[in-house]
Design a protein around this ligand. Structure first.
Ligand code: ATP
Ligand code: MG
Length: 702
């Protein structure tokens, strides 16, 4: 048969083998960037080209977006028929199938899916019915209960184990939680409801209990493919086994070294056990990496050499040359942020689009300092896998108090601040604001308000707080005093997860440390979105190009021209939760492997040598053990000596210090000095100091 796609020239021999072998079970086990996902895309096209009806092909991926993207690529290769391939997640498949077969286990065709919010509401309802809501004692919130239940189902462990590990402060409530769980399960059955986890559990039950359904599945989906198989859990592995039982035409691809969802019940051993589930499996290993330059790959290989358990092997690339990954030891977090922003602007001047650059971190709060720096420098960004600093509720609470210090008539801020006080609801808050807005000194006036006993104490404390905050204190001292006031509120309002949120507050305090006045601090916190003038010009220049900030978990499977992995200090990456637990450290190492293997051309690893720890002041951090392991593969970055450069006379270029220049994005500026031989540092009126590459910057002399 003559194919329209020239597979042999687009794929290497091992990939080609995986694409051509369409009958029987195939396992592709290979390291990062070796073309596993690409192989799946070509195999989809190949099957369609062979004449398999697209809807008979099933492609399972980790997110729905990933499936859409892969089918879009297959459609570009061959034709739009590929878009009709059945693609999605295990959950979307289970949903579709249960509509048809759910009746076999007592569900009608019209069962209702509870999304996470619905599930929480149902839990809330039952909690009230069981009398667990009225008590004075604090019972976990509905969101937390839903998480506990879900984790138990996914990991197939007991509620007790979950609570013990993740929510030890609720151990006293274990019996009540177990009772609630029973009721929740019964309630869903009686009312024809399924939550997300039930979709998997129930689909598994149907497949297990009804051989005729398995046969029907075999006829319906003649070819099955699964990406990122290392992150499937036990239930999903069983589902794959049943779905392909009839014909065995199933190909799974994955990398055991990239298994990073054990905390949600995934088991990387699934991939190693696949050949046992499907005797006669053809195992294909891909060893050539097409993504990263050799020095990046050398580093990645070293990371994985240290892993205790691994199946995959060393990768090589023909992408010779390229820069050695950079290690930047920053003085502190502020310096780390500045370094990253500087490098990003340089990369952009070199012509790398912002969307081809990513900053990766272990936990969402690690990027807070950087977010402020980026906003200040007008570098637009998106964040994946976590909340931005200024979006989180508890940070908003704190900011509302600070805003009042600057403007005592900021009624939006008053509303937020007042509602946090126990005993004050929307009506009281409204009345109070009516009263405050005509007072000359609203803070003093708080003392004189005819309070009801239910909230008199709270209001008095607030008045005293503001009295103290008006004293001549640094922003950091003010924040520390504010936290004292806020702590009981914080623990009451966010009682179920305040230990996790507390890290954000510490981080805010560390940031406040840099500022002289509350006004400046607030101005930076409010700098989002960047000032319209500059942002608009930039939007015109490069259509919505945005830098990507992402947790490592959300960066799985993706790639960028340049990647920064930040906050590589013990307790951050690896996370403090993992310290001392060997298995968890191994998962952190795999996570680090995922992070560094996202980079194509440039990789920068950074860590702050000191942290600002609330209550302790500046403390030294310990570089991540992963940095220690790869230090031979890194090139330490030293800042250029500025004074030396300043003395240097104009090195054959056309700009001299003091000259006035014009830049299409940054506007008017004044040349400060030359940096290196081909860069110029310009102080711009609106955009601050920038280092520009002479070759790329379109600077004009004024
Ligand atoms: P990960 O483990 O990170 O998910 P992967 O194994 O799925 O990686 P891909 O994302 O499929 O790897 O491929 C990495 C990069 O290498 C992509 O840009 C892809 O297009 C390219 N690539 C893979 N194989 C080839 C090939 N044979 N020829 C040219 N480019 C290739
Ligand atoms: Mg992939």
């Amino acid at each position: 048969m003559k194919y329209r796609i020239d597979y042999a020239s687009e794929l290497n021999p091992a990939q080609l083998e995986a694409v051509r072998n369409i009958l029987g079970p195939v396992l592709v086990i290979a390291g990062a960037g070796s073309g596993k996902t690409r192989t799946l895309v070509y195999r989809v096209a190949r099957l369609v080209e062979e004449g398999v009806p697209p809807e008979r092909i099933l492609l399972l991926t980790f997110t729905r977006k990933a499936a859409r993207e892969m089918l879009r690529r297959a459609a570009l290769l061959l034709d739009e028929k590929c878009e009709n391939v059945s693609g999605g997640t295990f959950h979307s498949l289970a949903h579709l199938m249960l509509r048809q077969y759910g009746h076999l286990i007592g569900y009608s065709r019209n069962f209702t899916i509870l999304d996470r919010g619905d599930a929480e509401d149902a839990i809330n309802l039952l909690r009230t019915a069981l009398g667990l809501a009225d008590r004075k004692r604090r019972f976990p919130r509905k969101e937390t209960i839903a998480s506990i239940f879900s984790m138990a189902v996914n990991k197939r462990i007991s509620l007790e184990e979950v609570v013990n590990e993740e929510y030890p402060h609720f151990l006293d409530d274990l019996e009540d939680l177990a009772r609630l769980f029973e009721h929740y399960v019964r309630y869903k059955q009686e009312h024809q409801l399924m939550d997300y986890d039930d979709l998997l559990v129930n689909w598994y039950r149907v497949l297990k209990g009804f051989p005729e359904v398995r046969r029907e599945m075999g006829r319906r989906f003649e070819f099955i493919m699964v990406d990122e198989y290392q992150d499937t859990n036990a239930l999903q592995a069983e589902i794959v086994r049943f779905m392909a039982e009839e014909h065995g035409n199933v190909m799974v691809v994955g990398d055991d070294s990239q298994s990073i969802y054990a905390f949600r019940g995934a088991n990387f051993k699934n991939i190693i056990e696949f050949p046992r589930l499907f005797p006669g499996t053809k195992i294909i290993k891909l060893e050539e990496n097409y993504r990263s330059r050799q020095p990046i790959l050398d580093l990645a290989n070293t990371v994985i050499e240290y892993a205790k358990e691994k199946y995959t092997k060393c990768l090589f690339t023909r992408r010779e040359g390229g820069a050695t990954p950079v290690l930047y030891k920053a003085r502190d977090e502020a310096d780390q942020s500045r370094f990253i922003a500087d490098r990003i602007l340089e990369l952009r001047e070199e012509g790398v689009p912002l969307s081809e650059i990513a900053v990766l971190f272990r936990s969402a709060y690690h990027s807070f300092d950087l977010e402020l720096e980026l906003a200040k420098r007008n570098i637009p960004f998106v964040k994946q896998g976590g909340m931005k600093l200024i979006e989180t509720a508890h940070i908003k609470d704190i900011v509302a108090h600070l805003r009042l210090l600057v403007n005592p008539y900021d009624m939006l801020a008053w509303n937020r601040v007042l509602l946090l006080i126990e005993g004050i609801g929307p009506k009281t808050s409204k009345r109070l604001m009516e009263y405050l807005k005509v007072e000359e000194d609203p803070f003093e006036a708080l003392y004189r308000y005819p309070s009801k006993p239910s909230f008199a104490k709270g209001l008095n404390e607030l008045a005293r707080l503001f009295g103290e905050l008006r004293a001549n204190l640094s922003p950091e001292e003010k924040l520390a005093r504010l936290y004292e006031y806020y702590e009981p509120i914080f623990e009451r309002v966010y009682y179920d997860d305040h230990p996790k949120r507390a890290k954000d507050l510490d981080q805010l305090l560390a940031i406040a440390h840099k500022y002289e006045t509350v006004e400046e601090f607030l101005a930076d916190l409010a700098l989002e979105p960047p000032e319209a003038s500059v942002a608009e010009v930039e939007a015109l220049e490069n259509e919505d190009e945005k830098l990507v900030l992402s947790t490592v978990h959300s960066a799985k499977g993706l790639e960028w021209h340049s990647v920064f992995v930040i906050s590589l200090a013990e307790g951050r990456f690896p996370s403090s939760y993992a310290l001392g637990k060997e298995e968890s450290i191994e998962e952190e190492r795999r996570l680090f492997y995922v992070a560094v293997t996202r980079a194509k051309e440039n990789l920068y690893l950074t860590y702050p040598a000191t942290y600002y720890a609330p209550g302790e002041g500046r403390i030294f951090s310990k570089p991540s053990r992963f940095l220690e392991e790869v230090k031979d593969k890194l090139n330490p970055w030293y800042e250029k000596d500025d004074s030396f450069m300043e003395d240097e006379e104009d090195v054959g270029s056309s700009f001299k210090p003091g000259e006035l220049v014009w830049h299409p994005v940054f506007g008017e500026g004044k040349v400060k000095r030359m940096a290196d031989i081909d860069k110029v540092v310009v102080q711009f009126a609106s955009a601050g100091e920038r280092t520009l590459h002479l070759k790329f910057a379109r600077l004009e002399r004024l």
